[in-house]
Design a protein around this ligand. Structure first.
Ligand code: GLN
Length: 448
């Protein structure tokens, strides 16, 4: 499998650009050791995996898609998720491309080279986990890990026609995930099938004392939920998720999916998430505020390539950050610093926190009556490389259907539900109650 993975990488990745770093020698060595070992009972024995490049891997370069970290060649430890995968005997083949510090929706903010959509390389793969989605879609690895702060697993999964899950906030440890917006970030699996996704989540979920936001909950055997039975399932379809601005092809694919559910004995009703119209502005305020604090550690001393053009210490901090960060990252840091500054904090940051609670309450109210919420993952299929990159607000607006899920902390999955006329995948989003990944998987699997 590991050989097949590298063969495929060498065959297609000079067009797809999913990988930033390969670890061929170590991976082959590990595969050989696994071949010679006797214990083949591990849950992910010998499975080749790619890891998003903001998840630290001991001794393996971790750049976060940023030139600032281009020489972070030797992280000292493995993220908890990587430790857990290793305990079940995966083989990490390399690190996957992403928008710089996970800020973006198209992978065009990678400060290396943008990943392309394997279905049509004129199109973006989505972001920020674009490398993670493209690598799975093009058969380079059997699964990958991504991170999702405002849609970065689900949106690229939708654009590339794979399955991507953002787990409930707190279900998967963030220890070793380079923080973007700590109150929103979650790691999750990208796979070809729902069953694979459930298998991987079973391995990476669970309490971790190294992450203070890690929930102390029992991890169910998710694969047991894959019964194919959704008879009686109560589905809520928010009218805001099929409103104007959602491409007709996407709307049609979702309506077709709802018919499939009806034929399987599920029922659906239209509901409203009235505060979702504020989600994009709320998210970009909160995420940027948290990012401005989290990214303070990249100063050319603790982390990051140090500027060689500085005369004194303050100058060194300034120049290192000016030279190291890309444009979008700087935009977020400035926005976040502004929103947190005295005099503006109450008007922006505090207000956004209050709106976040209203968005969460919208979901809770719906989940008193329904089992899952279903809608599209994205308003449109993948867009063309270059189409939105000079217009940050249009790019941000593309996240409108994924962001509310992060703000509410609930789980959401994207599963393929058809192709557009241009031959690009469309994603169906299934959202569940806190820690009810089992129902999300059950619903996704029955449809698949
Ligand atoms: N596109 C969103 C952003 O740029 C989401 C990113 C993410 O989920 N990491 O912030």
């Amino acid at each position: 499998l590991v050989e097949a993975s590298y063969n495929r990488i060498h065959e297609v990745d000079d067009q797809v650009h999913a990988f930033l770093t390969l670890d061929e020698e170590n991976a082959r060595q590990k595969a050989k050791e696994l071949d010679n070992g006797s214990d083949t009972t591990a849950k992910l024995f010998g499975i080749p995996v790619g890891i998003k490049d903001n998840i630290v891997t001991k001794g393996l370069r971790t750049t976060c898609g940023s030139q600032f970290l281009r020489n972070f060649n030797d992280p000292l430890y493995d993220a908890t998720v990587v430790e857990k995968l290793n305990a079940e005997k995966v083989v990490t083949v390399g690190k996957l491309n992403m928008d710089e510090f996970a800020m973006g929706s198209s992978n065009e903010n990678s400060s290396y080279t943008p990943t392309r959509n394997p279905w049509n390389t004129d199109y973006v793969p989505g972001g920020s986990s674009g490398g993670s989605a493209a690598a799975v879609a093009s058969g380079q690895v059997l699964f990958s890990l991504g991170s999702d702060t405002g849609g970065s697993i689900r949106q690229p999964a939708a654009f590339c026609g794979v399955v991507g899950l953002k787990p409930t906030y707190g279900l998967v440890s963030r220890f070793g995930l380079v923080a973007f917006a700590s109150s929103l970030d979650q790691i999750g699996p990208l796979t070809r099938t729902v069953e694979d996704n459930a298998r991987v989540l079973e391995v990476i979920a669970g309490h971790d004392k190294m992450d203070s936001t890690s929930a102390n909950v029992e991890v169910p055997t998710y694969t047991e939920a894959l019964t194919g039975d959704v008879n009686g399932l109560k589905i809520a379809v928010p009218k805001e998720y099929l409103a104007e601005g959602v491409n007709p092809e996407v709307r049609e694919a979702v309506m077709e999916a709802l018919k499939v559910y009806e034929s399987l004995g599920a029922t659906w009703e239209e509901v409203s998430l009235p505060h979702s119209k504020y989600a994009v502005s709320t998210y970009y305020l909160l995420a940027s505020s948290e990012a401005s604090a989290n990214l303070a550690r990249f100063d050319g001393v603790r982390y990051g390539v140090r500027s060689e053009n500085a005369d004194n210490m303050v100058d060194m901090f300034k120049k290192s950050r000016s030279e190291g960060f890309g444009e979008e990252v700087k935009r977020r840091i400035m926005l976040g610093t502004f929103a947190l500054s005295s005099g503006y904090y109450d008007a922006y940051y505090k207000k956004a926190q209050k709106v976040r609670t209203l968005i969460k309450n919208d979901f809770e109210k719906i989940f008193e009556e329904y089992d899952v919420v279903i809608g599209p993952t994205t308003p449109t299929p993948a867009f063309k490389v270059g189409e939105k990159i000079n217009d940050p607000l249009t790019m941000y607006a593309n996240d409108i259907l994924t962001i509310p899920v992060n703000l509410a902390g609930v789980p959401g999955i994207s599963v393929p539900c058809g192709l557009s006329e241009a031959g690009l995948p469309i994603g169906l989003q299934i959202i569940g109650k806190h820690f009810d990944e089992s129902t999300v998987f059950r619903a996704a699997h029955a449809f698949e």
